[in-house]
Design a binder for this molecule. Structure first.
Ligand code: PDD
Length: 287
């Protein structure tokens, strides 16, 4: 059975799913999105992603297209129709379709809603996590509202391409002070020389990762030390361990930064354990 997409009230074969050429998401990146990991066909960290969706929409003054409950039913129905058990679901909400004009349409239009589902090979993901991945650094060149999860991802796409061409899995943006902000599609972490977990605080111009927030619950429960403070790439290579978090990567060990090994160049025990504990929690609380 082929993939099915949800587009503005209809389920359609993926290959025939289209949006209007004057959708403001398409022309102006006037749209927000969320990505949920799917475990056992259920949505991981569901409420965290809904809360951020509502916040992103609110910042752009786009109405929630429907209630959380209705959205949940639709997301789950889209997953069901795709028969995906382990994977990801993508939701995009744009301001809607209107004649091209930078300012908002004078008469409000209906937000446009799109959902797509993709399968993830968890065996392959675990094998990747067991090996760890490399990251490259790149100058931070994004706008000042990275806390809003918009589809304006050109800088992120270019950074990710730079990583791919270097044989790395992720790019870390580095600000004018030489500090890592976050990854192109993940949050960045290290385990420092004292064994403390370090990740940038969310007052900075970064996305408040839902996986990051859920992992902090795990970290607190385990009684580990957490320091919400940024770090430099040099601190990352001098650290015991490094890793990234996100709905796509979960908790993924980083073993090299710009080709320089982190720790002994292999996934460390803390990241490996946190990956397992995060996945257990996400599976157990998925809806
Ligand atoms: N990316 N930072 C950025 C820039 C991101 O795009 C993402 C997620 C994260 C992690 O957020 P979360 O833990 O809520 O997934 C951090 C998604 C997965 C994507 O763009 O596909």
């Amino acid at each position: 059975m082929g993939r099915i997409a949800y587009v503005n009230g209809r389920f359609v074969p993926h290959g025939q799913a289209v949006v209007h050429i004057e959708d403001r998401g398409y022309q102006l990146a006037d749209a927000v999105y969320e990505v949920w990991a799917l475990f056992g066909g259920r949505l991981a960290d569901a409420q965290g992603h809904f809360a951020r969706l509502e916040r992103s929409l609110g910042e752009l003054r786009i109405a929630m297209p429907m209630s959380r409950a209705a959205l949940t039913l639709l997301l789950k129905e889209t997953v069901r129709r795709n028969r995906v058990v382990e994977g990801l679901i993508y939701l995009q909400v744009s301001r809607g379709v209107a004649r091209r004009d930078h300012a908002f349409p004078a008469t409000p239009v209906r937000p446009a809603v799109v959902m797509t589902v993709s399968a993830v090979d968890r065996v392959a993901s675990e094998a990747r996590a067991a090996k760890g991945v490399g990251v490259v650094t790149t100058p931070e060149n994004r706008w000042g509202r990275c806390d809003i999860k918009t589809v304006g991802l050109l800088a992120n796409a270019l950074a990710k391409q730079k990583a791919r061409e270097a044989g790395a899995a992720e790019a870390w943006f580095v600000d004018d002070l030489g500090l890592v902000t976050e990854g192109a599609s993940s949050n960045a972490w290290i385990v420092d020389g004292e064994g403390r977990l370090r990740t940038r605080d969310t007052n900075a111009n970064i996305l408040r990762g839902v996986t990051r927030t859920s992992l902090i619950e795990v970290i607190r429960r385990e009684g580990l030390d957490l320091d919400e403070r940024p770090f430099t790439p040099a601190e990352a290579t001098a650290a015991r361990e490094a890793f990234i978090t996100g709905a796509g990567t979960l908790v993924l060990p980083v073993v090299a930064v710009d080709g320089k090994p982190v720790g002994d160049g292999r996934p460390g025990p803390v990241a490996t354990k946190l990956r397992r504990l995060y996945i257990e929690q996400a599976r157990a609380t998925a809806i």
